[in-house]
Design a protein around this ligand. Structure first.
Ligand code: OXD
Ligand code: MN
Length: 591
């Protein structure tokens, strides 16, 4: 085995851990990644030679490449994802669990010699800005160049991470091997008490880019509880009103429910003077500032977004952003070497190569791009990126949104009574499933805080931690529920969504400043009919009424399903959540 080490790059703890895992995986060589431009070029060319990347039309899409994954490896595999705490109860009823010793033992057998004939890349990476007190370092080893090139876009990778780490051994140890990509031998295991992640058998982003879901959510949520902060599946957006004031909002939505579109929203023409500044579109780390407010950073450096449905109508900023230096995964390729997907600005091409590399024509009856096909791109390519997106202190948050896909029941927007009620609302969030994870699409499931697949410990303790933030933060943000997806009797979306969502944000901003008209209902404060800005929007009073309807009978039925969900947590359920359930039941009973 040969090792290419920039000796000055590593410290003893990093070196010895990489040596240890190299002994297990037995690669032919170990290459340290420094994050340089030369290295990007070298690795890209190597990936092109091996077929892991296909160059796209460099005239029309400069610096863009296509990756086709194994057809069995196209989304997060939640049933193969484990939280390996010493006690099963500490992982909780919503996580899969294996005892740590058993998991290490089982996976060591799969890793044993898994990199023979391959190169092991040692990838130091930083989540958060260099020098920020929020930031965390990880070291990922991987045998996938595709993963290295994605990590390079999604994190601050290479020397910068080791400089931030200095002589410390406080880093997340992330071992990733593709092995044979078999679902039978695929495991995504987290050992929060060891600050360690072992992922094997998948090259898919959410399973294999260990900085993202594994570190920035599962491990970070565990660390956040110990250290007094929150790691959340949230976008962060700054909304500038015509008077120039910027209000920052975080929003938790399950995967593929429009976080990227909301974070990059383009204001409708009728809302002159409004501007939107993207800070993050998937993950937020929130800490209490000296002023008693919550401050958020986006720990990532890039976007790994869902491609289908992206167009200049739904997300003009993203459409522009992915015209260069982008890795596309599992989209369709046109004969001229450009890309296409369902919901693209252009009509379906007469012929194309589908995401699996097979000839495709529009009459095929199958999508050309995989419904969970993705783009990976550096955040700085987004023209709406906020000047504050790398601020080491983050941005102060005035409002938190919880959203999901609900065809019925849930109004377009409502506000919680207080932090405890907001925590309860987050804990009861439910949404229809999407293609971002394997399994059936369109089934309503409880997805508390949009963190069901990402919480690194018992969710009852997580809600307890949320409740305790009210003691730490004297000026917590207001909490709102939004639902862009309510449908009418004919199954059509009532609300136009996308840029028009700014109208809802406007009311939220007003409310967070103590203004904006609202009426109290059993579920929370709803905007009065005149409170929502409808200038330039075609929407009848009847449709608006339907959007805001609160059907007590359905809410009572919902109470039952909430209670069934909470039962799983037994005595660990915090009293504050029980209190809110009882209070809601009482309000729904009252006339
Ligand atoms: C993602 C996801 O990739 O949530 O962000 O699946
Ligand atoms: Mn996500």
């Amino acid at each position: 085995m040969s090792t290419t080490t920039a000796a000055e790059m590593t410290n003893g703890a990093v070196d010895s851990w990489v040596n240890e895992v190299a002994k297990l995986c037995r690669p032919d060589d170990v290459v340290w990644c420094d994050g340089s431009e030369d290295e990007r070029e070298r690795l890209t060319q190597a990936a092109v030679r091996s077929g892991e990347l296909i160059p796209l039309n460099q005239g029309k899409l400069p610096g863009c490449y296509l990756h086709r994954s194994d057809p069995n490896d196209v989304a997060r595999t939640e049933h193969l994802t484990f939280v390996c705490t010493p006690q099963k109860d500490d992982a909780g009823p919503t996580n899969n669990w294996i005892a740590p010793a058993e998991a290490y033992n089982k996976l060591s057998k799969i890793y044993g010699g898994a990199m023979e004939g391959r190169t092991m890349y040692a990838v130091p990476f930083l989540m958060g800005s260099p020098g920020s007190r929020f930031s965390k370092v990880g070291i990922q080893v991987t045998d996938s160049i595709y993963v290295v090139l994605n990590m390079r876009l999604m994190t601050r990778m290479g020397k910068v991470a080791l400089e931030h780490l200095g002589g410390s051994d406080d880093f997340t140890r992330g071992l990733h091997a593709k092995a044979d990509l078999s679902v039978e031998r695929r495991y995504i295991c987290h050992f929060p008490q060891d600050n360690t992640i072992w992922s094997v058998g998948s090259g898919y982003g959410g399973n294999a880019l260990l900085g993202k879901k594994c570190l920035a959510l599962r491990i970070a949520s565990y660390l956040g509880r110990q250290e007094g902060w929150l790691a959340e599946h949230m976008l962060i957006v700054g909304v500038e009103s015509p008077d120039g004031e910027v209000t920052y909002i975080c929003g938790a939505f399950p995967s593929a429910c429009g976080k990227t579109n909301l974070a990059m929203l383009v204001p409708p023409k009728s809302m002159k003077g409004w501007k939107v500044h993207t800070v993050g579109e998937d993950i937020a780390w929130l800490r209490v500032g000296a002023d008693g407010r919550l401050w958020a950073i986006n720990p990532e450096a890039g976007f790994f977004g869902v491609v289908p449905g992206t167009s200049s109508k739904t997300n003009a900023n993203a459409t522009k952003m992915i015209q260069k230096n982008t890795i596309y995964t599992n989209v369709a390729m046109k004969p001229d070497g450009t890309v296409w997907w369902e919901g693209h600005d252009d009509p379906p091409p007469k012929q194309a190569t589908d995401w699996r590399g097979r000839p495709w024509t529009p009459d095929k009856g199958e999508p050309a791009a995989h419904p969970n096909s993705r783009f990976t791109v550096a955040a700085e390519q987004c023209q709406a990126i906020s000047p504050k997106w790398q601020d080491p202190e983050g941005v102060p948050i005035s409002a938190i949104l919880f959203g999901g896909r609900r065809q019925s029941l849930v109004p377009l927007v409502y506000e919680c009574f207080d932090w405890q009620h907001g925590t309860f609302l987050g804990a009861t969030l439910a949404s229809e499933t999407t293609a971002a994870a394997t399994g059936k699409v369109g089934v309503v499931r409880r997805d508390p805080m949009a963190m069901l697949p990402f919480c690194g410990y018992n969710m009852a303790d997580y809600w307890g931690h949320w409740l305790s933030m009210a003691k730490r933060a004297s000026k917590p943000p207001k909490i709102f529920r939004v639902n862009w997806f309510r449908r009418d009797g004919k199954g059509r979306f009532i609300w136009p969504g996308f840029g028009e969502n700014l109208r809802v944000l406007q009311w939220i901003i007003e409310r967070s400043k103590g203004a904006g008209k609202a009426e109290e209902t059993p579920i929370g404060y709803l905007p009065t009919p005149s409170a929502l800005n409808r200038n330039g929007l075609e929407m009848s009073d009847g449709a608006l009424k339907e959007l805001f309807a609160v059907d007590r009978e359905s809410w009572r039925a919902n109470l039952k399903s909430q209670a069934e969900f909470f039962e799983k947590f037994g005595d660990r359920l915090p009293a504050g959540i029980r209190e809110e359930q009882e209070a809601l039941a009482k309000r729904l009973k009252a006339k």
